[in-house]
Design a protein around this ligand. Sequence first.
Ligand code: PMP
Length: 405
Amino acid sequence: MMPLDIDTLRLDFPILAHTVNGQPLVYLDNAATTQKPRAVLDALNHYYQSQNANVHRAAHALSGQATQAFEAARAKVARFINALDDRQVIWTRGTTEAINLVAYSFGMHSLKANDEILLSTMEHHANIVPWQQVAAATGAIIKVIPLATDAELDMEAAAALFSTRTKLLAVSHISNALGAINPIKQLIAMAKAVGAVTLIDGAQAVGHFPVDVQALDCDFYVFSGHKMFGPTGIGVLYGKRELLEAMPPWQTGGEMIKKVSFEQTSFGELPFKFEAGTPNIAGAIGLGAGIDYLSGLDRAAIAKHEQALMAQLLAGLNAMPEVRIIGRPQAGAVSFVINEVHPQDVATLLDMQGIAVRTGHHCAMPLMQALDLPQGTIRASIAFYNSADDITALLAGLDKAREFF
Ligand code: PMP
């Protein structure tokens, strides 16, 4: 296990040495996408330079090698989230496609009129809109767990919303907009008590701490490779075997079949049943390399380092009277506003200093509406390669913004 030396670790991420607008890059937009270590970039390069071939059609050596590397990456993901079986890991384009797969395969076929789908106010649009499509097609009804004070989920209200009509709970592990860690264990237990299926949107969680899908006992867990140091265009749907077996395919075509005639088609086994067409082979291999990289680090030390950065950031923001922190950030992201100043104006001023943050509704418009924040927020989001200097630079940049506005 490598000791955690942030300055040395930063050297693994070539982009962090870049300048932006003539200033050293301070990258605090990790909730949108993380930077990639050289190990991931090298894996992509190696695949395309030395192994490029299509998978599962192994009539020649290269195809065999590509298939082996592609399936090895699936096994890495399975171990990474402690799935029982590699076949429970379905490759998707990302979190959005994974949720759509469950919505269109499970949701469209299993839900009926007046069945209830329980979401939370904090959901990303990716975990709202597919369910609205399911509701519109099936007559199912969407219910929403409201916020309590401090923008946390109102667990009393949640308890009252669960009933035998609840057929699906779909909630985020960590809110991308607020950095709140949701009490998903409690919510999963409530869902189980009424026999509802559970989907956890782990897009913001997997890069910050180990996730154990068996310990969580959720039915589905979804995430994106690009938010955990892997490439874009690759993501994961984890599902319980019996559910995945029972679900019909979503997309159809090559790769996912057993036998095709013009009269009828029989479908392949898991996981191929859900992987129509040529997959993102390089992306999967790149994500596998990202997992190897992350697994080689001391994740407890990473979590401690990230907590220290969060504490530094929160203390600095709390010392600025014009700043209001939204909710109670716990991991990854901190959202805030500066009096009446438009968040975009603050971000532009920060960008001139080489500091990357995100502003706006963070794909969580219903949350911004519930919080009465029509212009959204400024969001700074961290990864383990951020340093105390990055936070100091952000706070200094915000000082300038406070003077300027
Ligand atoms: N859910 C959450 C909580 C997210 O943060 C994101 C990405 N911002 C998504 C879903 C969608 O992920 P992707 O765009 O990678 O599909």
